[in-house]
Design a protein around this ligand. Structure first.
Ligand code: ADP
Ligand code: ZN
Ligand code: ZN
Length: 689
């Protein structure tokens, strides 16, 4: 065994083994080669890495590689650097990140099975290479943007921020930029990231229509393991020209990557919330640099991080303010709830406007970010409320199946007949959810004499789309198809329906109760609300013929809030400027950099004790005093499934200083013990603080 190789394997997260391990091999395997190696009593998948000088951890003997999966080309150096960076930046083990980035089924295949799998995916003899179906003639603003991102300076390393109104034709730009990249280089590969799995089928079909099914693969967690492996192999072997997927796809092996698109770049779904808590958007920017591929970040409401980068010139901003086909953005109407009768769910003027749309044969979308019938059930005689016994949250009343369900731990029970505390039979819902909205709208609107009918009034058709109505596979598609076919008059939904969907017949959108974000302790809540409302508004009047009469209604108790003022004018730059000014004054991101350490334990005291020990252990690790560590506090949602949660915020005006500190703190954190502690994790650039 003359060779000693560095191999990364998925060591347990808290084993403290974060670097590559060394294995003996009879042949010199190139870095990037997949291998099967022994680890403890198991045989696991590993990736050969660059040799390191670091000695093996004490007490671990060097063992031998069992097999090399060398039918597969090695993973490219750019892919390995991406993994190196992600592991370092997000404070996780190299092997953990590398292995999580590979399709799970790869772990179970021996070289023979893999060779068989590869044979199945051999190219079918060329195919319709480069023969993309033509798209529509671009509008002048689309042309200008395309000329930039497909132009000579495109891979200067500066990401593009495509700031385009909803319906301005961003997707068409992505399609034609893809066509250009493919025409320029027949081997080129293009990566398209979307925030949500729900949005993949729609975008996938547009790409398939344009480029043919053989050239496009999907990559997201909704695929079966064999599908995921097939997509991955096609991308790795550069057989798939276009990979379209959710955040995980940022790690797809694409040796000939020439263009990356991050659609709806502001979307929080790009941040992974467990394991390595990476931002796929930020990694996409890095990846573009590693592979000299232009990166296009698209949004109508960019994240304030990206917006600020485009203000300072770190990103290049490209604007498409106008909707395609002379369509205008909907008129925004604010309803002052202070002037409505008490406990009004929908203001009479709004209800009236909806009824008029129905009578015209147009559709309305009513949006409320709370599923279930009512968020709380309460006794009218004593102070019993539908608390979850395991969480610091209420159980939500679902009228459809008469249950009380905790949305955090999943506990579900039939609604009690009488108050469990005092026996009173009068227990009542407090507050509203989408179920109630659906019920009341149907009741209030009653029947309509709609165009295309037989002259007889028919009941108004109200449908609801939220996480509860879309549990089974294909149900979301089926319900959306009903909306697209015009079989629905009023669609009620959570934020699930406000994103990305290209509804053609919706002319009125209403937000029923968006105010809570104005009072949130999370400094990003206004940013999120603004983008949500702009996205929602973007669902109205997508058909240019109806755009002029389209409306976005917002019911609010704070009609003069600057957020709503900016919304009324569709003025994202004004909103962003105001927010950034506040953030700068308060020293918050993007003017500061943060990391959170979260601890979960049997008791709140144990969680906080562990964090306090972590804080004490940081003594001396930041000699220049550039990093500030706050005191441990309970998390907003303090207890979930009987687990107590606490967190500690670390902040610095310097990203490198924060990174240096976190790296040196790792060892301290791994060494801390606290009875009752269940787990802990570091979240770099957290989205919710
Ligand atoms: P966005 O992604 O910015 O919301 P889309 O790309 O979905 O916008 O475009 C909105 C609508 O306009 C779509 O139905 C699309 O097919 C259409 N469209 C886009 N560009 C053009 C164009 N140049 N000519 C005609 N129709 C277009
Ligand atoms: Zn009671
Ligand atoms: Zn619960």
């Amino acid at each position: 065994m003359p060779y000693s190789l560095s191999v990364v394997v998925a060591t347990p997260a808290h084993s403290g083994l974060r670097a590559a391990l060394s294995y003996r091999s009879e042949s010199a395997l190139a870095p990037g080669t997949l291998v099967r190696v022994p680890l403890g009593k198991r045989e696991v998948l590993g990736v050969v890495w660059e040799p390191t000088e670091a000695p093996m951890p004490a007490g671990i003997e060097e063992r031998s590689v069992i097999a090399a999966l060398d039918a597969l080309p090695p993973l490219a150096v750019a892919w390995r650097r991406l993994v190196d960076f992600a592991a370092g930046y997000y404070q996780r083990g190299l092997g953990e990140v590398a292995l999580a980035a590979l399709p799970p089924q790869l772990r179970d295949l021996d070289p023979v099975q893999l060779a068989r799998r590869l044979k199945r995916h051999k190219p079918d003899g060329g195919g319709a290479q480069g023969a993309a179906a033509p798209g529509p003639a671009l509008t002048p603003q689309q042309q200008a943007v395309l000329a930039e991102i497909a132009g000579a300076h495109a891979n200067s390393g500066k990401p593009y921020l495509l700031f385009g109104a909803t319906g301005s034709g961003k997707t068409e730009v992505y399609l034609q930029a893809t066509a250009r990249a493919l025409a320029a280089d027949p081997q080129a590969q293009i990566l398209i990231l979307v925030p949500e799995i729900n949005l993949t089928p729609q975008l996938l079909s547009r790409f398939v229509e344009r480029f043919g099914a053989g050239h496009v693969v999907a990559m997201h967690s909704g695929l079966t393991p064999p599908q995921r492996l097939a997509s991955w192999l096609a991308a790795h072997a550069a057989l798939a020209r276009i990979v379209l997927g959710t955040r995980m796809a940022v790690f797809a092996s694409m040796p000939n990557l020439r263009l990356i698109v991050v659609d709806e770049e502001h979307d929080p779904s790009y941040k992974q919330q467990e394991g390595a808590r990476y931002s796929a958007r930020d990694l996409a920017v890095l990846r573009g640099r590693l592979q000299a591929a232009p990166v296009v970040l698209g949004s109508a409401t960019p994240s304030l991080e990206s917006w600020q980068a485009s203000e300072t010139g770190r990103y290049q901003r490209l604007a498409m303010p106008e909707r395609v086909g002379a369509g205008v953005l909907p008129e925004v109407r604010l309803v002052d709830m202070n002037l409505q009768a008490k406990r009004t769910l929908l203001a009479p003027a709004l209800l009236d406007a909806i009824a008029k749309r129905v009578a015209l044969g147009e559709q309305s979308l009513i949006f409320l970010n709370r599923r279930g019938y009512a968020p709380v059930l309460a006794c009218t005689a004593c102070d019993w409320k539908s608390d979850c016994p395991h969480c610091s949250a209420f159980r939500v009343f679902h009228k459809v199946d008469r249950t009380l369900r905790c949305h955090h731990c999943g506990l579900g029970e039939r609604v009690p007949r009488a108050c469990p505390a005092c026996g009173n039979v009068d227990i009542a819902p407090v507050g509203r959810g989408t179920e109630q909205l659906e019920e009341q709208i149907a009741e209030l609107l009653g029947s309509v004499n709609a165009p295309g009918g037989d002259g007889q009034p028919r009941p108004v058709r109200v449908a609801r789309i939220d996480a509860d109505t879309t549990r089974t596979k294909g149900s979301l598609e089926a319900q959306l198809a009903q909306v697209h076919a015009g079989n629905v008059d009023v669609l009620v939904g959570t934020q699930m329906v406000t994103k990305g969907h290209d509804f053609r017949r919706i002319t009125l959108v209403a937000a029923v109760n968006p105010d809570s974000a104005l009072y949130s302790s999370d400094f990003r809540a206004p940013e999120r609300l603004f983008s949500l409302l702009m996205q929602a508004a973007g669902r109205a009047g997508r058909d240019a013929a109806q755009a002029a009469s389209s409306q976005m209604w917002v019911q609010t108790w704070n009609p003069h809030h600057e957020l709503f003022e900016a919304l009324r004018r569709h003025d994202f730059p004004a909103f962003a400027a105001a927010q950034l000014k506040e953030r700068e004054a308060a020293g918050m991101p993007p003017f500061a950099f943060q990391a959170l350490v979260r601890a979960e334990a049997r008791t709140q005291a144990a969680a906080q004790a562990w964090l306090q020990a972590a804080r004490d252990g940081a003594e001396g690790l930041d000699p220049a005093g550039q990093v500030f560590i706050y005191a441990p506090v309970p998390m907003g949602l303090q207890r979930v499934a009987n687990v107590e949660r606490a967190q500690l915020l670390v902040e610095s005006a310097s990203r490198p200083a924060l990174q240096r500190f976190l790296a040196s703190w790792q060892e301290v954190l791994h060494g801390l013990r606290e009875p009752g502690l269940i787990r802990w994790a570091v979240d770099v650039d957290p989205l919710a603080v």
